[in-house]
Design a protein around this ligand. Structure first.
Ligand SMILES: Cc1cc2nc3c(=O)[nH]c(=O)nc-3n(C[C@H](O)[C@H](O)[C@H](O)COP(=O)(O)OP(=O)(O)OC[C@H]3O[C@@H](n4cnc5c(N)ncnc54)[C@H](O)[C@@H]3O)c2cc1C
Ligand code: FES
Length: 364
């Protein structure tokens, strides 16, 4: 997908191994770079002659911050994060794709939004939480933020400022796994036990608001939190999660899940056509047996967004508007059944199941 060079206009160190980069968006790109809270930028660069791409959630909040901000935690031995944290500096131009992702879904009634973040998972969580509070629609926010020690807390000042500014509607609770004796707050991790202990107080709000949950961080913590929430009867559709480090489980020979578009134009055959809409343009590819939709589109140089090609980054999220497809069951680690019911899919895990399909990468 097309990338745009954005200039780093400020860099701030967030903790010993994390930094925020602020980008100015030129006037002519403002429309393309408008974003919803919780969306991410895909940063592209080269490593040993190979193009590589990584996703970074926008930690800034649309409507509140003028500039785009990503907040990166350095992964030892990693390729891109050490470059961004240690070496990228003010004045650099960095190639990025336009914002993508569907972590945040509109909330239609006043709601108690409980947000669980671990480490750099705070980036999209803060963007969403702040957006909900700034655009006062009667929501309340409980933010639970887990870190190792107080000096590893990323975006600590902004979390504090948000808590103070919206003290009547926002509660922030820190939890540290390895704090020394001076820490008098909660100790441990956001795990099953923690959620089981705190759920009654999240639920016990006199205002009787419905609750939904957002979580972001390592898969293990989100699995544990999700299963504890389900024990309290929280339905999966009220739990939204974004993973930074997911590895798609082998879904082997399990049958594909069906996604249906508006029309059903005939049986799959040798002449199956894929039409994709990307950036307002249409691309057409003939499908070759066994190929996923993304591969077919890349073969004809369609300007489709992608990165991991294995269902984990959600860059290739798209909407089926005509025809039928089958998608590998592993998609349910990234999307929910309700997303599939809306026609959403990941092009890198999907194959056509009708004579023609139309898939839209803009309408997500
Ligand atoms: C939708 C999305 C949003 C993201 N948003 C953010 C963000 O806001 N901030 C942020 O810091 N990161 C974020 N990430 C993670 C980011 O895209 C990179 O995966 C991460 O920075 C590692 O990239 P790297 O090139 O440094 O390491 P790589 O070269 O990709 O990996 C090097 C080694 O580290 C391991 N590794 C990779 N990621 C992790 C991890 N998270 N924890 C532990 N080990 C790991 C790999 O398995 C590999 O062995 C996001 C990822 C996704 C999919
Ligand atoms: S390219 Fe990453 S999910 Fe499809």
């Amino acid at each position: 997908m097309a990338t745009y060079p954005l200039r780093v206009v400020e860099k701030s160190i967030e903790a010993e191994d994390a930094a925020s980069l602020y980008f100015d968006v030129p006037q002519d790109l403002k429309g393309a770079f408008s974003y919803r809270p919780g969306q991410f930028l895909t940063v592209e660069t080269e490593n040993e002659g190979e193009a590589i791409a990584r996703q970074y959630s926008l930690s800034s909040t649309p409507g509140t911050h003028q500039r785009l901000r990503i907040t990166v935690k350095k992964i030892e031995g990693g390729v891109v994060s050490p470059w961004l944290v240690d070496r990228a500096s003010e004045g650099d131009l960095i190639e990025v794709q336009i914002p993508r992702g569907r972590f945040f879904k509109d909330i239609n009634e006043p709601t108690h939004v409980v947000m669980l973040a671990a480490g750099s998972g705070i980036a999209p969580i803060l963007s969403i939480g702040r957006w909900l509070l700034e655009n006062d629609a009667g929501h309340k926010v409980t933010l639970v933020y887990g870190n190792r020690t107080p000096d590893t807390v990323i975006l600590a000042d902004e979390v504090e400022n948000v808590a103070e500014k919206f003290a009547d509607r926002c509660v922030v609770q820190h939890i540290m796994s390895r704090a020394n004796g001076n820490w008098d707050g909660e100790r441990g991790r956001i795990d099953r036990e923690f959620v089981t202990k705190h759920f009654p107080e999240w639920d016990d709000r006199s205002d009787d608001l419905p609750m939904i949950f957002y979580m972001c961080g390592p898969e293990g913590f989100m699995d544990a939190a999700e299963s504890a929430l389900q024990q309290f009867g929280v339905p999966l559709k009220s739990i939204h999660r974004e993973s930074f480090d997911m590895i798609l489980e082998d879904d082997g020979d399990e049958p594909g899940l069906e996604v249906l578009g508006a029309d059903s134009p005939g049986e799959l055959g040798a002449t199956t056509k894929i039409v994709a809409v990307v950036g307002g343009e249409e691309y057409e590819a003939d499908w070759a047996e066994g190929e996923d939709i993304l591969a077919a589109l890349l073969r004809v140089d369609a300007d489709v967004p992608f990165s991991c090609q294995e269902g984990t980054c959600s860059s290739c999220i798209s909407k089926l508007t005509e025809g039928n497809i089958a998608v590998r069951p592993g998609v349910l680690q990234t999307l929910r059944q309700e997303d599939l019911d809306e026609g959403l899919t990941l092009a890198c895990l999907s194959q056509p199941k009708s004579k023609s399909i139309r898939i839209d990468f803009d309408e997500i």
